[in-house]
Design a protein around this ligand. Structure first.
Ligand SMILES: Cc1cc2nc3c(=O)[nH]c(=O)nc-3n(C[C@H](O)[C@H](O)[C@H](O)COP(=O)(O)OP(=O)(O)OC[C@H]3O[C@@H](n4cnc5c(N)ncnc54)[C@H](O)[C@@H]3O)c2cc1C
Length: 425
């Protein structure tokens, strides 16, 4: 081991260095792991450089299985039930904008009350544009409807205008447009940014452009403060034009914010006139998830060669309310119809949650799920590509895990309905 005296002289211990170099030495682990949590000690090589031991990953859990702590010891600090990224989020430096000189306004889609991947790309783009303008700029997100989003701060939102009154729920573009017009006169933003998507961004952005008499750039995918490159002719050509004030942005137009935390300070808007809508939204209707086309499904339960009980799989899909998908092997073996195949030669899906059960993650399958927001894997093989792609994985037998999952769902629903009964009483 190394030692440094008060004159900063590096004292070498050749025996310790030998043991550290030799992973098969019986004392190797003792010299590498000395912290209570098994954390790496500082190890200096013969040249005095700090060395890391890449083999010393993880620890043996109580059941004898090797566990890898991706939270790097932050699990306790992160709190129960929080995601690993959440633990890291608290460590990100805070980006503050006091008394902003201007606001770049983003209107995210907030599908299901949460920021989508494209929303986050657009926020990333907003910061790029704000950085290109002189002065202290802040990114203002204008969100409509009930929000379930908990991470506006790490998504890069400096100011948040949450319009969650009843009037903004469901399909109400006229009412939302009235609010945006109000924002326009209150803040006069140098840029208006919308996701160019079917989830509302494209429609609302076009309405605002027409109302304020500005020509928007649609399907913009490479934007700076001077020029924008937009996709045209069904994605076959690129059109370069001067960056307008109103942009409808394609997916992956910019990197998402991942190195800073933002304040997400709430802002208020003066009263917005109530607009009588031409179309009345009567609310959502329950539909058979399997009647929804795979390409449009929000939640897919997909089966692969690791499914051995097909009746149970179909029951699980109906209990979870998921649309069924399948790998090509499951289709070729005759367990699922061809229309259910996900992948390069099947359907390309855009689900918010894709639960892959017993699917290894072959490249042809991965191509089909590239646009999915959250992938969850159930697999016996912890090293398979699907597990690597997934945000959350459960390693074990598909039948047992689906069984347990259904029990939990039923239990949750019973608790919900009992809670509802008590509230009613
Ligand atoms: C030209 C071409 C086009 C293709 N197009 C597509 C396509 O569009 N879509 C597609 O999906 N494939 C496509 N394929 C096939 C693709 O290459 C793979 O063969 C296929 O995706 C594998 O399917 P799978 O993951 O279900 O099966 P496998 O590769 O056999 O994987 C089964 C997985 O299940 C796990 N498992 C086994 N038992 C259990 C258990 N009891 N519990 C939990 N997990 C278990 C295993 O660990 C494994 O990871 C294409 C291939 C070619 C050549």
């Amino acid at each position: 081991m190394t030692d440094q005296n008060s004159f900063d002289v590096l004292r070498r211990d050749p025996r310790a260095e030998r043991i550290i170099r030799n992973r098969l030495h019986p004392l190797h682990d003792t010299y590498i792991n000395t912290g209570a949590g098994g954390e790496l000690t500082e190890v200096r090589g013969p040249s005095g450089l700090l060395r890391k031991n890449p083999h010393n990953v993880g620890f043996i859990g109580p059941n004898g299985i090797k566990r890898i702590d991706r939270l790097k010891g932050n699990a306790a600090a992160s709190g129960k039930g929080r995601r690993s990224s959440a633990a890291q989020e608290t460590l990100l430096p805070l980006h503050q904008v006091e008394n902003p000189d201007f606001y770049v306004v983003v209107v995210p889609d907030m599908v299901g009350g949460r920021l989508t991947g494209q929303d986050k790309d657009v926020i990333g783009q907003a910061h790029k544009l704000a950085a290109g303008i002189e002065g202290n700029g802040a990114v203002l997100a204008v969100c409509f409807g009930q929000s379930k989003e908990e991470h506006f701060d790490t998504a890069g939102v400096d100011r948040l205008l949450l319009l969650d009154d009843e009037g903004y729920e469901g399909y109400c573009p006229e009412q939302r447009l009235a609010a945006l017009v109000q924002v326009e006169s209150a803040y006069k933003p140098p840029f208006w940014l919308f996701p160019d998507s079917v989830d509302g961004g494209s429609d609302l952005g076009s309405r605002l452009a027409a109302r304020i008499g500005e020509r928007p750039a649609a399907q913009a995918w490479q934007v700076n403060n001077q020029t924008s490159i937009c996709r045209g002719a069904a994605g076959t050509i690129d059109i370069t034009r001067t960056t307008p004030r109103l942009l409808l942005l394609a997916q992956e137009c910019a990197d998402q914010i991942d190195e800073t935390r933002h304040e997400a300070l709430p802002v208020e808007l003066g009263s917005v006139p109530t607009v009588i809508a031409k179309l009345q939204d009567q609310g959502q209707v329950a539909v058979d998830p399997n009647a929804i086309s795979l390409a449009e499904a929000e939640f897919i339960l997909a089966a692969g060669n690791g499914i051995h009980n097909w009746d149970q799989f179909h029951t699980a899909a109906s209990v979870l309310g998921a649309t069924e998908g399948a790998s090509r092997v499951a289709v070729d073996d005759g367990f699922m119809p061809r229309v259910r195949q996900v992948g390069a030669t099947g359907t390309w899906v855009t689900a918010r949650v894709y639960l892959a059960v017993g699917i290894s993650g072959a490249i042809q399958h991965m191509q089909g799920i590239g646009q999915c927001d959250k992938v969850i894997a159930i697999n016996t093989d912890a090293g398979c590509d699907m597990v690597k792609r997934a945000a959350l994985s459960t390693i074990g037998d598909s039948q047992e895990i689906l069984d347990e999952l259904m029990k939990l769902v039923q239990q949750f629903r019973t608790q919900q309905s009992e809670g509802g009964d008590q509230d009613a009483a």
